[in-house]
Design a protein around this ligand. Structure first.
Ligand code: MN3
Length: 244
C-alpha cells in the first residue's frame, strides 16, 4: 500500500528546503518558505512518448494540470496548519478524518490529483523502454484474468466505460489482482470515499480525463487507451506489484 519512493522524495525535498530556510535572513523567512509539495520531474522528455502520447499533451498535462493540483494542495496546507507534516499518502488515506467538508473536497481533488499523476508518470516510459509483462506479475495477471490479452481487454473496457473524468486501475486486493475505476481524482487508497470493493493497492493507473488525450485523439478515448499500452513502464508496474 505504500509508495516509499514518493514519500522519500518529498522528505528529501523538505530536508533541502529546511536547510535553505535556515540560511536565509530572518526578514525573508516567510518568502523563503518552500511549498510542501513540488512537481516531480518526468523520467523522460515530453516528446519521447510520441506518437502514442504527443509532446504538447504531456507538457500541458504535467506542467499545467498536475502543477495546479499541487499548487491548490499547498495553498490548502498553508491555510490549515493541522495538515503540515503529513505525507501525501497520509493525506490521501485519511480523508474521512477531515471534518470540514470544503477542505475535505479540496484534499480529495488535489491530494488525489497529485498522488494519481505522480504514479501515472512513473508507470510511463518511451515505447520499447518499459519492458514486458513477465515474472510474478504475469503469473498473477494470468491467474486473475486468464491471459494478458484478456486483462488488457477488460482494463480497456473499464477505462472506456468510466463516464466523464476519472481513472482505470489495476489493484492488488486480498492477494488478487482486480480492475476498478474511480471518478475524478479519487483512487483505490481512499478508504471511506470510494466503495470498499474498489479499495486496494494501486499497481497501474490510467488517466482518462479528456485533458490526457483530447489534443491528439479528440473524442476517441479507445484509440488513446490502445496507444497507451505501448508506453506502459512494466518494470515500474512490476516493482509496484512486488512492493504491494
Ligand atoms: Mn490528468
Amino acid at each position: 500500500m505504500n509508495t516509499p519512493d514518493l514519500n522519500r522524495r518529498s522528505f528529501v525535498k523538505l530536508s533541502l528546503a529546511a536547510g535553505t530556510m535556515a540560511a536565509a535572513p530572518s526578514a525573508f523567512a516567510q518568502e523563503a518558505a518552500a511549498p510542501t509539495f513540488t512537481l516531480p520531474e518526468l523520467g523522460f522528455k515530453p516528446g519521447e512518448l510520441e506518437p502514442h502520447i504527443d509532446a504538447k499533451t504531456m507538457e500541458i498535462h504535467h506542467g499545467k494540470h498536475h502543477a495546479a493540483y499541487i499548487n491548490n494542495l499547498n495553498t490548502a496546507i498553508a491555510a490549515n496548519p493541522s495538515l503540515k507534516g503529513k505525507s501525501l499518502q497520509e493525506l490521501v488515506t485519511s480523508l474521512p478524518d477531515v471534518a470540514d467538508e470544503a477542505l475535505r473536497a479540496t484534499l480529495r481533488n488535489n491530494a488525489g490529483g497529485h498522488w494519481n499523476h505522480a504514479v501515472f508518470w512513473e508507470t510511463l516510459a518511451p515505447a520499447g523502454k518499459g519492458g514486458q509483462v513477465q515474472g510474478s506479475l504475469e503469473s498473477a495477471i494470468k491467474a486473475s484474468f486468464s491471459s494478458v490479452d484478456e486483462f488488457k481487454k477488460l482494463f480497456g473496457e473499464a477505462a472506456t466505460k468510466r463516464f466523464g473524468s476519472g481513472w482505470a486501475w489495476l489493484i492488488l486486493k486480498d492477494n488478487k489482482l482486480k480492475i476498478v475505476s474511480t471518478a475524478n481524482q479519487d483512487n483505490p487508497l481512499m478508504k471511506g470515499i470510494v466503495p470498499d470493493s474498489d479499495l486496494g493497492a494501486p499497481i497501474l493507473g490510467l488517466d482518462v480525463w479528456e485533458h490526457a488525450y483530447y489534443l491528439h485523439y479528440q473524442n476517441r478515448r479507445p484509440d488513446y487507451i490502445a496507444a497507451w499500452w505501448n508506453v506502459v513502464n512494466w518494470k515500474e508496474v512490476s516493482r509496484r506489484f512486488e512492493e504491494a
